[in-house]
Design a protein around this ligand. Structure first.
Ligand code: FAD
Length: 405
């Protein structure tokens, strides 16, 4: 072991797995301990609300097979969790009782699916989706249910709704906001998403107030929507996720909508980093604090963490991007939607394919694409290089966006 000393990573999700890969690439695998609360090897979460739910034969998609970790020299602690951090002693205690010393600690604890206190997922017909275990359970429930109610019209709720519809289920989505995806996409995209799901047969109710729940024995029997009872066969909660910060809070680290980190992803204790869904970081340029839940953010923050851990810090400046697959819709976003932008529409080859370009002044700030993957890839290049073609040029269907990138 080099003088750098042990690096303990807490959490084997996208961020933890990607950091293992980066550290192994830097020849530091033998110093790494990866502690994974879940029994599985690190796996991909996005398929869990999409292909995995549809096909009972599908297995979880692993980031790396088990021999890879051994060959990289990484010590895996599966089905075990870090329960406390002793910052003075530079060590963590695991649920199993083991104590691991660290020179540097990385918190990659992710997020948990939000649930409602009145609706425990222990009810046999209520589900939430975050982990492979949740997805296996939901897949079993979907197998027998004919009618599915999804609470929440966010990305994961809509992905589950589209998957259930593709399985032939009768699907109702209940959204309390007046429109879908209100925090994440523009009204243009939200309207298209709404129309597409409704055309596929999903019953989508906006601006609804969900009141009391009627539980009979171990089942949810119905819920009251705007004062009327709505019978429930299977309820899936898609009401967002909350960062897993308890470990950090207990250790006295600063937390505010996630574990607070600086641009090099160091927490309020410089020997401890936080990355991925659990980390709240300063946005380059604006300094406003962001917490993103995306594979891009987890992967890119793992790269930044490698730089910090190896003493060559490079601030986190990656372009945010995201995708969501909902039945026939492939949504892709590059950049963050500005509050004060002007929107321009770039039409695609069919009405089901287009992009919305957001400009702040003359600067291209964000591009949302629907079934237009080439636009998305070109947009990422444009945004990464800071190029801003004039809206009329960028929206000219005769000009391929990639030629401007
Ligand atoms: P996670 O992947 O949540 O991993 C955190 C891990 O830490 C978990 O395994 C947890 O059990 C473990 N852990 C927590 N506390 C401890 C502890 N004390 N000790 C040990 N282990 C601990 N993003 C996209 O960009 N596109 C998509 O289409 C998309 N689809 C998604 C679909 C679903 C169903 C879900 C749930 C997420 C999806 N996401 C998508 C989001 C993306 O998966 C997350 O942003 C990403 O997983 C974040 O990685 P992470 O490592 O920060 O957290």
């Amino acid at each position: 072991m080099s003088e750098q000393g042990p690096i303990v990573i807490v959490g084997g999700g996208h961020a933890g797995a990607q950091l293992c890969h980066a550290l192994a690439g830097a020849g530091l695998g033998a110093q790494v301990h990866l502690v994974c609360d879940e029994d599985e090897l690190p796996y991909q979460r996005p398929p869990l609300s999409k292909a995995f739910l549809k096909d009972t034969q599908q297995a979880v998609q692993l980031h790396r097979a088990e021999p890879w970790f051994a060959e990289a020299g990484i010590t895996l602690h599966r089905g075990d969790a870090v329960v406390s951090i002793d910052r003075a002693a530079h060590s963590v205690r695991l649920r199993s009782g083991a104590v691991l010393p660290y020179a540097q600690l990385v918190l990659a604890t992710g997020a948990v699916a939000r649930t409602l206190p009145a609706l425990p997922v222990t009810l046999v017909n209520v589900a939430a989706l975050r982990s492979a275990t949740d997805a296996l359970r939901l897949r079993g429930l979907l197998d027998t249910a004919q009618q599915v109610t999804v609470l929440g019209g966010g990305f994961i709720g809509l992905e589950i709704a589209a998957t259930a519809r593709a399985l032939g289920k009768q699907v109702t989505v209940l959204e309390s906001a007046p429109r879908l995806l209100s925090r994440s996409v523009s009204p243009d995209i939200a309207e298209h998403v709404l129309a597409t799901h409704r055309a596929s047969g999903i019953d989508l109710l906006l601006g609804v107030k969900v009141g009391d729940f009627n539980v009979e024995g171990d089942r949810l029997a119905s819920l009251n929507i705007d004062g009327q009872p709505h019978a429930v066969e299977l309820l899936v909660m898609g009401i967002g996720a909350a960062p897993r910060t308890q470990l950090a809070l207990d250790a006295g680290l600063a937390c505010d909508n996630g574990i607070v980190v600086d641009e090099n992803l160091r927490t309020s204790d410089p020997t401890i980093l936080a990355i991925g869904d659990c980390a709240c970081f300063p946005e380059h340029g604006s300094g406003r604090r962001l917490r993103l839940e995306s594979v891009q953010n987890a992967n890119d923050q793992a790269r930044t963490a490698l730089a910090t851990l190896t003493g060559q810090p490079a601030p986190y400046r990656a372009l945010p991007w995201f995708w969501s697959e909902q039945g026939s819709l492939r949504l892709q976003m590059a950049g963050l939607m500005p509050a004060d932008g002007v929107r321009h529409r770039r039409t695609g080859a069919t009405p089901a394919s287009f992009s919305i370009l957001h400009y702040v002044g003359e600067r291209l700030a964000c591009v949302e694409s629907v079934n237009a993957p080439l636009d998305h890839m070109a947009a990422r290049k444009l945004l990464e290089t800071g190029k801003s073609p004039a809206p009329a040029v960028a929206c000219d269907p005769a000009v391929a966006l990639k030629t401007l990138a």
